[in-house]
Design a protein around this ligand. Structure first.
Ligand code: PMT
Length: 396
C-alpha cells in the first residue's frame, strides 16, 4: 500500500521516524511530506533514509510532475503525525498553501490525523471546533495521549505511541472480511524443562504468529493468541494468553477450541519432552562428562485438533505450519504436501528455516498449500505472509 506520511512542526516530529519504520516493516511504501516547520525538528536526510524515498516539501520544485496531485491521487492512506493546532486549523479551513495541504485536498484516501500539542491548545475552543469540523467530514482524528509534555507540565496532548497510530491508520483501509470470526493462533516456541534452570527450546520468536494475529484483528476477527514464551506480548484488540510447554499449550488449545472458527498453529512445538524433570538443579560436578536425557513424545496438538474437528463434527478450519530445512522450492513443496497429509489440516504454510532466514526475522518466504491442491508462494514481510494466509482462509 502507498502511504503518505504528513509531518507538521511539533517537537513530537522525531517520533515520525518510528511510524515510518513500522510502515516499512509492514511492507508498505512510504512517501513523507513534511511541512517546512517540521524540518526544523527533523532532517529530510533522516526521513529519506528511513522511507527509501526522496523528501521535498517545496510545492514549486518538480512542478512538471504535478506532484501535489500525483501524491494525493496515488495515496492509499494518509497519516498526519504529529498534527499541530495550526495544521488542524488550516486543514479544517481547506487551506492548501503548502505541499501537504495540497496533497490532502487532492486525495480520496482515508486520512488519520494524530494531534500533539500542549493541553491548553488542545482544549482551546478554536482547536475543539476544528477537530469537530474535520471529524464531521470523515477525517479520523485521534485523541492525544495524556502524560508528560515538552515543558515541565503534564496533561492531554502527547502524541499517541507510533504503534497505536499505525494500527489505527491501517485499520482504516483493511478489509473486514473476517468480521466476527473467532481465530485461535499459537505463536512462539514451547520450552520443555530439564531442571529448574534449563530447558529444551527452539529459535521461534513468535513474530510470524503475532503477525497473523494482528492482521486478523485488523480484518475484524476476534483473536486469541496462545503465546509460548514471548515476553511482554500485547496485541491491541486480541486476547493474549501466555503458555510454556507443549502439554500446557495442548490443554489451553483443547479448552478454547469449542467456539473457535479457525485454528492456526504457527508455534514451534517441541516434539519431545524430558521424561524425568529434575526437581533440583543438575550439578555438573555430580554428572561427570556425559548426561543422558530420556525424552518422550509430546502430543501432536495440531493433529489432535484435526481429530477432534472430525470426531465432534466441529466447524473449524485448521492451518498448520511446516518448518523445514528443504534447500529447494521443489523439496519444500514435497515436504509441505507430506505434512499436509500427515496432519490432516485444511492449509499448510511451509517455510524453509535453513540458516537464519526465518526465525526471528521480519521476513518470510512461504509456500501455502490447501488440501484442495491450491498453491501460493509469498516472499515478503511476515505481515505480507499473514495477509495471504488470511486471504485463503477468508475464501475457505
Ligand atoms: O516465530 P518466528 O521467529 O517468526 O518463526 C516462524 C516459524 C518458523 C516458527 C513459523 O513460521 C513456523 O514454521 N512454525 C511451525 C514450526 C514447527 O513446529 O513446525 P513443525 O514442522 O515441526 O510442525 C508442524 C506443525 O505441527 C506446526 O503447525 C506445529 O505448530 C504443529 N505441531 C508440531 C509439533 C507438535 N508436538 N504439535 C504441533 O501441533
Amino acid at each position: 500500500m502507498r502511504v503518505v506520511l504528513g509531518i507538521t512542526g511539533g517537537i513530537a516530529a522525531y517520533k515520525a521516524t518510528s511510524i515510518i519504520r513500522l510502515l516499512i516493516e509492514a511492507g508498505h511504501e512510504v512517501k513523507v511530506v513534511p511541512t517546512q516547520n517540521a524540518l526544523r525538528f527533523i532532517g529530510a536526510t533522516t526521513l529519506e533514509a528511513l522511507s527509501h524515498n526522496s523528501v521535498d516539501p517545496d510545492l514549486y520544485t518538480d512542478v512538471e510532475s504535478v506532484k501535489h496531485v500525483e501524491l494525493g491521487q496515488s495515496a492509499d492512506l494518509i497519516i498526519v503525525a504529529p498534527a499541530t493546532a495550526s495544521f488542524l486549523a488550516r486543514y479544517a479551513a481547506g487551506i492548501a498553501d503548502d505541499l501537504l495541504g495540497n496533497v490532502l485536498l487532492t486525495s480520496r484516501a482515508p486520512v488519520l490525523v494524530a494531534p500533539a500539542m500542549h493541553t491548553e491548545m488542545w482544549t482551546n475552543a478554536a482547536t475543539v471546533a476544528n477537530v469537530e469540523t474535520l471529524r464531521s467530514r470523515g477525517i479520523n482524528v485521534l485523541n492525544p495521549d495524556s502524560g508528560r509534555l515538552t515543558g515541565k507540565d503534564s496533561g492531554a496532548g502527547r502524541l499517541p505511541e507510533p504503534e497505536a497510530i499505525v494500527e489505527a491508520a491501517l485499520a482504516l483501509t483493511s478489509v473486514r472480511d473476517l468480521s466476527g470470526k473467532r481465530i485461535l493462533v499459537t505463536a512462539g516456541g514451547t520450552r520443555e524443562a530439564i531442571d529448574p534452570v534449563r530447558f529444551i527450546g527452539n529459535h521461534s520468536s513468535g513474530k510470524q504468529g503475532v503477525a497473523i494475529a494482528r492482521e486478523a484483528v485488523s480484518r475484524g476477527a476476534r483473536v486469541t493468541v496462545l503465546a509460548a514464551n514471548i515476553e511482554g506480548l500485547q496485541i491491541s484488540g486480541a486476547t493474549v494468553i501466555a503458555t510454556d510447554t507443549a502439554i500446557e499449550m495442548e490443554r489451553q488449545v483443547n479448552h478454547l477450541l469449542q467456539g473457535t472458527d479457525v485454528f492456526i498453529s504457527a508455534a514451534a512445538v517441541s516434539d519431545f519432552r524430558v521424561a524425568e524433570v529434575s526437581a533440583t538443579k543438575l550439578k555438573r560436578s555430580q554428572l561427570g562428562d556425559q548426561i543422558n536425557l530420556r525424552l518422550i513424545a509430546n502430543p501432536d496438538i495440531l493433529a489432535g485438533v484435526v481429530s477432534r474437528v472430525r470426531e465432534e463434527g466441529l466447524d473449524v478450519r485448521t492451518v498448520g505450519f511446516a518448518a523445514e530445512t528443504a534447500g529447494t522450492q521443489w523439496a519444500l513443496a514435497e515436504l509441505a504436501k507430506a505434512k499436509l497429509g500427515s496432519k490432516g489440516c485444511d492449509v499448510i504454510v511451509a517455510n524453509d528455516v535453513s540458516g537464519s532466514a526465518v526465525f526471528g526475522s521480519e521476513h518470510n518466504d512461504a509456500l501455502i498449500i490447501t488440501k484442495d491442491g491450491e498453491q501460493k508462494r509469498i516472499a515478503g514481510t511476515k505481515t505480507a505472509v499473514a495477509s495471504v494466509v488470511l486471504d485463503i482462509l477468508a475464501e475457505l
